[in-house]
Ligand binder design. Structure first.
Ligand code: S3P
Length: 449
């Protein structure tokens, strides 16, 4: 018997059914993952506000970057067809985004909404309204609105300016030093983008270092960026002038993480995932899996347009449980759902702490991952700031739900590789947010050679 991987569609949703053959599957071969989501958003945004043309190769064609592209088109930016190998962005120049005649819709994308807000708030005299889907409208926006208001921004939203939809009247802002209580690249980037148009030095410090793609790319576009790693601070001097660049987007390590875990937990597997971004602010998942004694090696390390890249070779491994906390957590925040799946097949109890940020992602990933994995027969205990995962699991097929969260849906599909009987995942269409070809790649890998 071969693996059954079947997608059925209703008008609104997709259901993914998975059933592995009696002897299990072994995954073999080489593959590539789609472009990095964080770098894709930033290349579209900086390209839009720079002077001249920005050319982007390897842009992620997921729903999230499409939301960014749609918002900036609505503000007068000309973008070529996103499906082309090279996407061209005709930058309007800093401060020249037009007042849109429509509500800007960020869809499911926190990065689109939070980063864009820094730009909108600093466009004097222009009026913008912004919203998102049901998930995004319930996510905390106060974390970016509060510092922007301290800089002089005029932003109005539900529940005391904390939830979208939001109304923004652009202002000339004042520079400041903001000490963020959370390690969040979205908060940091929002303030830096607001600082671009603001006279003087705008500084953001965070409790530990979050992903630094904005800093790298802003510098490449010509902004004056000063980084102090000791204090996890970044400063931008404004007003800045940005010049269009050529960007080659590496594969997304957050997407590669699904295949790393898939190969680690399915005996006999060996995969090479080519061209993956290995920016040190994103490789917490590699450090965590190495700590669990995973057999993963980096090959062909190189640098591509300012970001480190490598091919990742992974072989099935006898994993050991571990405890993860502190500065490692922001470096692997998006990979914790799939790390929980790896922990199910490790020896011992794995503990994830200091990860309360998971509760305000596309869904509450602590509650939802514990509930959904337990439906398959796992023993996962929810903690206020993380998860405790019992290893040595024997999973049985059941009906589970993505809760419209892309990373939850894909993590459950990886768990299904080691589940007996049939697993059905409701609202599996969520994967398209960051990985539109996920099911196709899974089906290809599960075909016997
Ligand atoms: C992102 C930052 C992270 C991450 C998200 C993408 C970014 O969010 O979870 O998927 O591109 O800046 P936070 O800044 O809220 O931690």
């Amino acid at each position: 018997m071969t693996a059954l991987i079947q997608l059925t569609e209703t008008v609104l949703h997709q259901t993914l059914a998975l059933q592995m053959p009696a002897g299990g599957v072994a995954l073999q071969g080489r593959l590539q993952v789609p472009g990095d989501k964080s770098i894709s958003h930033r290349s579209l945004m900086l390209g839009s506000i720079a002077q001249g043309e920005t050319r982007i190769k390897g842009l992620l064609l997921g729903e999230d970057p499409r939301s960014t592209a749609k918002c900036f088109r609505a503000m007068g930016v000309t973008l070529s067809d996103l499906e082309q190998e090279w996407v061209a962005v005709q930058g309007v120049g800093l401060g020249n985004l037009q007042e849109p005649s429509e509500v800007l819709d960020a869809g499911n994308s926190g990065t689109t909404l939070r980063l864009m807000l820094g730009l909108l708030a600093s466009h004097p005299g222009r009026f913008f309204t912004v919203t998102g889907d049901g998930s995004l409208r319930s996510r905390p926006m106060g974390r970016v609105i509060k510092p922007l208001i301290e800089m002089g921004a005029d932003i109005w939203g539900r529940q005391g300016n904390t939830l979208a939809p939001l109304a923004v009247r652009g202002q000339r802002l004042k520079s400041m030093h903001y000490r963020s209580p959370v390690a969040s690249a979205q908060v940091k980037s929002c303030i830096l983008l607001a600082g671009l148009m603001t006279e003087g030095r705008t500084t953001v410090s965070e409790p530990s270092l979050s992903r630094d793609h904005s800093e790298r790319m802003l510098r490449a576009f010509g902004a004056d960026i000063a980084v102090d790693p000791e204090t996890c601070s970044v400063a931008v001097s404004g007003p800045a002038t940005l010049t269009g660049q050529t960007i080659v987007v590496p594969g997304d390590i957050s997407s590669a993480a699904f295949w790393l875990v898939a190969a680690l937990i399915t005996p006999g597997s060996e995969l090479v995932i080519e061209n993956v971004g290995i920016n040190p602010t994103r490789t917490g998942i590699l450090d965590a899996l190495w700590q669990m004694e995973a057999d993963i090696t980096l090959e062909n390390e190189r640098e591509v347009t300012g970001e480190p890249v490598a091919d990742l070779r992974v072989r099935a491994s006898a994993l050991k449980a571990a405890t993860f906390s502190g500065d490692l957590i922001p470096r692997m925040i998006d990979e914790i759902p799939v790390l929980a799946v790896a922990a199910l097949f490790a020896q011992g109890t794995t503990v994830v702490k200091d990860a309360e940020e998971l509760r305000v992602k596309e869904c509450d990933r602590i509650t939802v991952m514990a509930q959904q994995l337990n439906r398959l027969g796992a023993q996962v205990t929810e903690q206020p700031d993380g998860l405790e995962i019992e290893g040595g699991a024997m999973l049985q097929g059941a009906e589970v739900d993505s809760y419209t969260d892309h990373r939850v849906g894909m993590s459950l599909a990886i768990a299904a590789l080691r589940t007996s009987g049939q697993t059905t995942i409701q609202r599996a269409e969520a994967a398209a947010v960051s990985y539109p070809s996920f099911v196709q790649t899974l089906a290809n890998l599960c075909q016997p050679a």
